[in-house]
Design a protein around this ligand. Structure first.
Ligand code: PAF
Length: 284
């Protein structure tokens, strides 16, 4: 696996692969990789001949006071994991390479409606930063397909919408969330948790599964269900940011008649903000 740091080297390597008739898959990441990321690379490697991954901690998607500076940078370990997972080329640019003219005048991509509410409400500008960097990366790599984790459910919806709305010929694949044995969704941010917080953290997924079970058994009083689970989370030591039941496709608030649902949660444990979700298709 080769690592390149410039757009010029990236384009040359991808052009070489294309000239050999290879289909290109892409897995964008911010590094500090875990088995969830490896699963995305493995999925891409099953579908195409040449897998490109990127590692870039994108300042444009972090708000003031968020964890941009302390976000773990672990390039050597990440390279090893990517290699094992079947990646062929790693693009690991600097901030200057991605934003050579600075970020203030950078053209932005924004996806209205889907970016509003949920994480978009708590992290203003976050999805614009994600949509902008992903659009840039897509234009740099020009992959046939790209793989994203379903753990970032709203992000995946935003990316699907931007690809559709901007007519990008890229297939977007959502890969199921990889979980620890106790149910906690794997996340780079889990590394911020103390031992005590890590023991509490699986309650977030237990809450989602309990809501899903209640809905599957016919409960349709969503406000009651959500209030009860928020209290459970608070009692366990979380500070819930949001806990909501939405339509899975549009992310609009779910009604009792909707069948394709997603339950989404964001909650703080100390200073660490954890997110998770559970897709519940009542017709499946
Ligand atoms: O999910 C992430 O790791 C990031 O938001 C992404 C998609 C790589 C864009 O920076």
């Amino acid at each position: 696996m080769n690592t390149v740091k410039t757009v010029r080297e990236l384009r040359a390597a991808v052009a070489r692969a294309r000239s050999e008739g290879k289909r290109i898959g892409f897995v964008p990441t911010m590094g500090n990789l875990h088995s969830g990321h490896a699963a995305l690379v493995t999925k891409a490697a099953q579908r195409v001949d040449f897998v490109v991954a990127s590692i870039f901690v994108n300042p444009l998607q972090f708000g003031a006071g968020e964890d941009l500076d302390k976000y773990p940078r672990t390039l050597a370990a990440d390279q090893e994991k990517l290699l094992q997972a079947g990646c062929h080329l790693l693009f690991a640019p600097t901030v200057e390479e991605m934003y050579p003219d600075g970020m203030d005048g950078q053209t932005r991509v924004s996806v209205p409606q889907l970016s509003e509410g949920l994480c978009g409400a708590s992290r203003p500008g976050h999805f614009e930063g994600v949509a902008t960097v992903v659009s840039k990366l897509f234009n740099m790599v020009q992959p046939d397909l790209a793989v994203f984790g379903q753990k970032d459910f709203q992000q995946l919806a935003v990316i699907r919408a931007l690809v559709h709305d901007l007519n990008m010929p890229i297939q977007i694949i959502g890969e199921p969330t990889v979980r620890a044995a106790d149910g906690l969704a794997l996340s780079s941010r889990n590394g911020y948790l103390s031992k005590e917080q890590r023991a509490i953290a699986p309650a977030i997924y237990r809450g989602l599964t309990q809501i899903a079970e209640a809905i599957s058994q016919g409960e349709r009083d969503y406000p009651k269900l959500l209030d009860e689970q928020k209290q459970v989370l608070e009692a366990a030591g979380f500070r819930p940011d949001y806990l909501e039941i939405r339509q899975a496709r549009t992310l609009r608030p779910a009604t009792a008649q909707d069948r394709d649902l997603v339950i989404l949660v964001a909650a703080y444990l100390g200073a660490t903000r954890l997110i998770d979700n559970l897709h519940l298709d009542l017709d499946a």
